[in-house]
Design a protein around this ligand. Structure first.
Ligand SMILES: [Zn+2]
Length: 474
């Protein structure tokens, strides 16, 4: 039986009790990256908070299935269908093919995504896999009278809807209407300013690398259609939770709802989860401001990616968060202190189940209350201070880490082992690890294996992991 879970629903603009379509089960969709460039740490903040949402739901007893798209076609420089295709621009910038760019940045994205402790989505679907599904949905929208052909493109007709600006208050609607009038490059094919492209055939770019045959001519899909189709393909006609950043609310999510509900003829998704921006001192973090600050760059600078996660968890997902290296340095100190406290726990005695249940309840209440992650961390500190034995404390930290994913116990173990190793042995281990890396690079696997054995003889076991070579004393 799942526990009561509440979070802020952007659609109703209030904190609501979550009631899924099927008891105990959650279908969740996440807008994935447009793989034309690196994801900066602000993008990664959004995915960390979504990861916490999933794990908090699981902690409360739900079974979550999550789907993410990879935008590898159709996303133009402006979310309102104008400007250059982002993928093409990336390919041109780096003198590579669009598919090479997509592969490179998809790999880079998931490397950073996982380094901060996020669980990979159950389904990851590139848009270019689903062209027949897009075409089908557009055909139905045309048949039902929600779409029209103009100048070779297919457009969604927003005037056919009773309500288009579903996420906005009356004042915000007015502002958005003005914004749409002012910002959007004139497209004389559109009947209404807010109409958007479902299928392009008359692209301004003659060298559009990716194009497909369709009933309306050779072309490519608009950006918004992919999320509706990919979600329905894997999660059916009624979606429980749709996630994204606040930037996605308009026009992207607004357009997703418009086309999905017109296609289905009923309500599509009941709960919308949006997390706020990461700012630096100059304002909102973005890719257009020169060098992109990524999780990999943080790692190169010597920061543990989990410290970045720790930093994100201490503020609420609905508030903008300001990043600076000073703040991150403070977080390094606090995180290391926390790891040290965990390393000091001895794990002796039996777990006191009553105490454990009491703290788990407090922790669950925090994360089930609109994802109060800073409160959840406070509960963790309270558990460390509690008048109970170390075994209970360790068991609680393990339990909380199912949601927090800060790997406190793993780091504590590494710290204790590091303390047992004298500097001479440490130097030897490091030298052997780099020697082995060289041997592997030269494809001299016999030498690499011999080095592994040499270390084993000294009681050191090495393991190749995604984050590099790790070792432990055996
Ligand atoms: Zn999307």
């Amino acid at each position: 039986m799942a526990e009561k879970f509440e979070f802020y629903n952007s659609l109703t603009r209030k904190v609501e009790e979550f009631v899924p379509n099927e008891p105990g089960k959650v279908s969740m969709y996440t807008c994935g990256p447009t793989v034309y460039h690196y994801a900066h740490i602000g993008n990664i903040r959004t995915y960390i908070m979504q990861d916490v949402l999933i794990k908090a739901l699981e902690y409360a007893g739900y079974d979550v299935k999550r789907v993410m798209n990879i935008t590898d076609v159709g996303h133009l420089a402006s979310d309102a269908d104008t400007g250059e295709d982002k993928m093409l621009a990336g390919a041109k910038r780096e003198h590579k093919s669009v598919m090479e760019i997509a592969k490179f940045y998809t790999d880079a994205f998931f490397k950073d995504f996982e380094a901060v402790g996020n669980k990979k989505p159950d389904v990851i679907e590139p848009a270019t896999n689903c062209i027949p599904e897009f075409i089908h949905m557009i055909e139905v929208l045309l048949e039902k009278g929600y779409a029209y052909l103009a100048g070779g493109n297919v457009y969604f007709d927003t005037s056919k809807l009773d309500e288009y600006y579903v996420f906005s208050s009356a004042i915000e609607k007015e502002q958005l209407e003005v914004g749409v009038r002012d910002d959007v490059e004139e497209d004389s094919n559109k009947k209404n300013k807010t109409d958007f492209v479902l299928w392009f055939t008359k692209s301004k770019f003659e060298d559009q690398a990716l194009k497909w045959d369709s009933p309306w001519g050779v072309g490519y899909p608009g950006w918004h259609i992919e999320c509706s189709c990919i979600s329905m393909k894997h999660l059916g006609d009624r979606l429980d939770i749709h996630c994204g950043g606040v930037d996605n609310m308009f026009p992207h999510h607004t357009n997703e709802i418009a086309q999905s509900e017109s296609y289905l003829g009923h309500k599509w998704c009941g709960y919308w989860f949006h997390s706020n921006h990461l700012n630096d001192r100059a304002g909102k973090m973005s890719k257009s401001k020169g060098a992109v600050l990524t999780v990999s760059v943080l790692k190169e600078k010597g920061y543990d990616p989990l410290v970045y996660r720790f930093f994100c968890l201490q503020s609420h997902y609905r508030k903008p968060l300001e990043f600076s290296f000073d703040v991150l340095d403070n977080n390094v100190a606090v995180y290391n202190k926390l790891v040290k406290r965990v390393a000091e726990l001895k794990g002796e005695g039996a777990v006191d189940e009553a105490v454990k249940a009491e703290f788990e309840k407090k922790f669950r209440e925090a994360v089930c209350d609109d994802l109060n992650t800073s409160m959840a961390i406070t509960v963790l500190y309270d558990a460390l201070k509690a008048d109970t034995n170390d075994a209970t404390k360790l068991s609680l930290i393990e339990s909380f880490d199912r949601v927090l994913s800060l790997d406190l116990i793993g780091h504590a173990k590494a710290l204790s082992e590091g303390a047992e190793v004298d500097s001479e042995l440490l130097e030897f281990i490091n030298a052997k690890i780099s020697e082995r890396a060289e041997a592997k690079k030269a494809k001299d696997f016999a030498t690499a294996d011999a080095i592994r054995q040499e270390l084993l003889d000294k009681g050191v076991e090495i393991k190749d992991t995604r984050e590099g070579v790790k070792w432990q004393l055996i």
